[in-house]
Write a protein that binds this ligand. Sequence first.
Ligand code: XMP
Length: 319
Amino acid sequence: DWTMDAYREQAIEAIRAQVGDAKVICALSGGVDSSVTAALLHEAIGDQLTCVFVDHGLLRLNEGADVVEMFRDHMNLHVIHAEEQELFLGELEGVSDPETKRKIIGKLFIDVFQKYADQIEGAAFLAQGTLYPDVIESVSFSGGPSVTIKSHHNVGGLPEKMGLKLVEPLRELFKDEVRALGAELGLPPHFIARHPFPGPGLAIRCPGEITRAKLDILRQADAVYIDQIRKHGLYDEIWQAFVAILPVRTVGVMGDGRTYDYACALRAVTSVDGMTADYYPFSHDFLGETATRIINEVPGINRVTYDITSKPPGTIEWE
Ligand code: XMP
């Protein structure tokens, strides 16, 4: 008789047995996997856990403050808010090649995480939200020929470099089980049901050069779009939805004036695991209403398009 409650108790005992009274650090992203990992570790070992939340300036509207507030103020975790926006955005200045962007962000992420982790005296373990599918995937692909479509952003290789042992309490779970465990641990339902968000954040939704001005426009547009999706009760039907700001400005009219502003693309897909995806069939009414709202509410955008590419041949993200 397998229940999530029993799993939780068993996982807590296993963490205590593995860690003893050593200190553990965890890279908290605000995603479901790292959030559930942190909450579970906190329940098992309390103040022996310190989380590092790296704010690279590529987060969505209010995201950094919201995540830190929830974990620090409502769940009483020890969270370091690494505010490194200047560093990341500075290094990304003038860079438009997608793989170069990813490499810069991935490298800085590791540097920054290590810098903060080094300040936590006596840390012996690194907690990671590795899931069962991640375990299988890395086994079945090993040794075979591999084609890198996009280099993924994670802290792989870091534990060895820092002399840390790994704690991976979600290794036996699938995504839906992780969500159930999160609910069991008291994470709010809207948080557990959040769409995936990539490590490189808004950088890969801003093709071409990343500027603060573009990121601000993108954040506003994305917030309006997600609000529309929630208001129409579609959020849970969609696997992932976001706005990409396009590296092109186009001419429009507004009132009696000419505008020359950015175009954006809305993306929404259904998927099971992110490996393949279909574009979501919004009604034309929904799309029209959303376009009107974005153009009225977001200065800097005067044209809205809908991306109807499935994966393959497209990818979900734009870079
Ligand atoms: P693509 O764009 O490759 O995305 O179709 C598939 C899924 O993976 C997410 N994604 C990432 N997640 N680090 C992550 O943690 C990354 O570097 C990364 N790149 C893409 C993407 O959001 C989608 O859910």
